[in-house]
Write a protein that binds this ligand. Sequence first.
Ligand code: GAP
Length: 438
Amino acid sequence: MTEKDTKMDKIVSLCKRRGFVFQGSDIYGGLKGTWDFGPLGVALNNNIKREWWKMFVDSREDIYGLDAAILMNEKVWKASGHTGAGFSDPVVVCTECNHRFRADHLEDATICPDCKGKLGDAKDFNLMFETKVGAEGNVKSYLRPETAQGIFVNFKNVVDSMSPKIPFGIAQIGKAFRNEIAPREFLFRVREFEQMEIEYFVKEENWEEEFQKLLEDIRAWHKHIGLSDKNLREVEVEGNDLAHYSKRTIDFEYNYPSKGFDELAGFAYRTDHDLQNHIKASGAKLEYIEPDGTRFVPHVLEPSFGVGRTFTAILSEAYTEDELNGETRTYLKLPVHLAPFRAAVSPLLKNKPELVEKAREVFRMLKTEFGNIAWDDNGNVGKRYRRQDEIGTPYCIVIDFDTLGEENPDMKDTVTVRDRDTGEQERIKIEDLVPYLT
Ligand code: GAP
């Protein structure tokens, strides 16, 4: 096992032990390619999505939110090309052990990597999950394989209801489903995942200028969530890898512990390909009309992010082992705005009612203010610090006898605040805690 594998294994194990991520359908032996987010995983996921929405929707005037249905009319996927070869992967099946592989992921697509048997010919396998709608079951539908098409089919609704000025974008966060042939590597390639996507509509002649601006915004996002430059790289997609309709695509790659650099997010100039396809197939007038009456079909820039891959990158970046006071420890160096808990509050001793009462008072005050505050009175203070370090809680607040001010009135209503990264402790007045933690 390499050092990289070990780090990823440790992260996956921490995720299970501390309630971030569990195997989907665990007690029934799991379901491949599905994962369930536990209490801390939901908190981290929600923080990622909230920060993304704040940055790309709430803090801007030019991007509008949308939440489209997962089930869509079959015609959407015919028009978008997803029912055809464009959304299929080549699958090969072993003639001996029946195991399946993605042919394009094998070095030799004729020999089974598991049993060395002979592999059959590659066949196209469509990645969409098909389903039936209604009691008669005669209406075919699909679980959406990307959130983007929900945006394109609502283009006219948003333009008619919001009268946006071009350039403008429509953003959506939601589930997507792909029947991946070989789900693997924790949350990296799964069958049910979440995307955060923007379709940004521009005049054709302005695409390069707008591309550059959005590129800067994507870079700012990755900084905001704490990913370091050394673990990120941008790859210009070229030649056969570039979709035929795209004039420029950049893949943002992250240096994952187990596999090295691989895709985290994508940014594509998709021309007017999608809107034109939907115009042809639906007959709808998906145009933008200028105040002077000029009509045109906008071109599109598409930043597309996976929540699960972002989650994995953030945890990989944050996972740290160091030595503190002569002991090795593991901690998650998560930015405060992403950590599941902003702070943990505890009484020094849980069998002293006066300490517990004061600690509950501080806890309630902070919980009302921030929401994500933990109460932790398990074990001794040292154990609590280790536990909170491991889940990335930036501050631990301890209420002790000095807080009560019985022996030393000067210390009354002060608490100890311990910093996760340095282990250093400060004495802070209770009334200063909110600004301190903000
Ligand atoms: N609308 C464009 C689109 O869907 P994509 O490159 O297929 O493009 C965008 O997907 C992002 O969604 C990827 O960069 C990745 O973060 C995430 N993603 C795609 N397939 C995934 C899978 N099977 N498991 C986890 N994340 C996935």
